[in-house]
Design a protein around this ligand. Structure first.
Ligand code: HEM
Ligand code: MG
Length: 329
């Protein structure tokens, strides 16, 4: 039976997390890494199993311990990924490619694709990863990192902050619309795309920073996380639990509604918020359950059904600040 997710940290303050118990190690053959620079870093320091396969509880503990991500945000994010990409029977999910290490799959149309899987959690217009249409949705992309640095120079004096985030988020969407005929910016992706753009400015900034340096990520640290999957030397996590801050401002700077290109032509984007939009987080949750979950698990039975129901319960509890109506199978 999948256990209840861990609660908040007992000590949730400033702490050296690049410590001797969590040395960075290079990848060994078979170790899996994926589209999330935060989880990749945690695995390479041993906060997560170094092979990149983990339980939801391990992920929640690791993001809290290593980055001081706030408990409910950690829970919500983790269960979106677990339900979309994980093995609900074995309670394991790959932070990268699909793998036999997560155990025997439930019957199709379940995918259990790991976090590489395009369209469940992973989506288009990532900042430093390409769109799946171009063949690689998960590797560090040097061209996109150069663009990240260019925008940080232009709008942030050489630092990535929320002002840069607003511009780069919008630019990556426009790039997708103009170059990817299958560009999709739909349902859950509308929320994650804006949320993730704030993370480097909060979670990747050393918790010892004070005053005007808060929320400003330098490019050497950015490269360390995104490319090397490694804490900058002596990194301290945030001094208090990190919630998503500035999401409304990010959207308001360049409001872009969810939707898609038509699949065959670039610049064919049509707005479609039938699976929700970040203007109403509950609509995203409802869209996710009624579409992704019901498509992957049209008729679950037995242990699969029980575990799916439990995981959906944990997902819903992660939303407790939003006052949504619960959706059942
Ligand atoms: C992106 C999962 C926590 C930073 C992603 C993506 C996934 C993911 C699947 C790919 C989405 C996409 O861009 O297409 C998760 C899960 C977490 C988690 C399940 C569990 C709580 C974190 C943490 C951080 C972080 C703690 C920072 C310390 C990021 C960033 C991106 C991202 C910056 C965007 C990368 C880019 O746009 O190039 N995450 N993540 N995530 N994640 Fe995480
Ligand atoms: Mg992506």
């Amino acid at each position: 039976i999948p256990p209840s997710p861990p609660g908040p940290l007992k000590f949730d303050g400033l702490k050296l997390v690049d410590d001797s118990k969590h040395p960075w190690m290079p990848l060994k053959r078979g170790d899996l890494r994926g589209p999330c620079p935060g989880l990749n870093t945690l695995a390479s320091h041993g906060y997560l199993p170094r092979n990149g396969v983990a339980t939801p509880s391990q992920i929640i503990t690791a993001v809290q311990e290593g980055f001081n991500m706030e408990n409910k945000l950690a829970q919500l994010t983790t269960y979106f990924a677990m339900i979309g990409d994980g093995n609900l029977i074995t309670d394991l999910v790959s932070i990268g490619a699909k793998t036999p290490l997560t155990g025997m799959d439930p019957p199709p149309p379940a995918i259990v694709g790991g976090m590489h899987n395009h369209g469940t959690f992973e989506g288009d217009a990532s900042l430093i990863r390409g769109d799946a249409f171009f063949g690689d949705n998960h590797s560090f992309n040097q061209t996109l990192f150069d663009q990240f640095k260019e925008f940080s120079q232009k709008y942030g004096n050489g630092f990535y902050n929320l002002t840069v985030a607003a511009e780069l988020r919008f630019h990556r969407i426009q790039q997708g619309v103009a170059t990817n005929p299958q560009f999709s910016f739909f349902g859950l992706r509308h929320l994650t795309a804006y949320a993730e753009a704030t993370f480097p400015a909060s979670l990747f900034v050393d918790g010892r920073k004070q005053g005007r340096d808060v929320g400003q990520l330098d490019m050497k640290s950015a490269e360390s996380f995104f490319k090397d999957m490694r804490f900058p030397k002596g990194f301290h996590r945030s001094s208090s639990p990190v919630v998503i801050a500035g999401l409304g401002d990010l959207f308001a700077a360049h409001p872009f509604m969810p939707g898609k290109n038509n699949g065959t032509h670039v610049d064919s984007f049509v707005v479609d918020d039938s699976l929700g939009s970040l203007l109403d987080v509950c609509s995203i949750y409802t869209g996710f359950v009624s579409s992704t979950v019901r498509t992957l698990y049209p008729n679950p039975t037995g242990v699969l059904r029980r575990n799916l129901e439990l995981n959906l319960q944990f997902l819903f509890e992660g939303l407790s600040n939003f006052g949504c109506n619960q959706i059942f199978l």
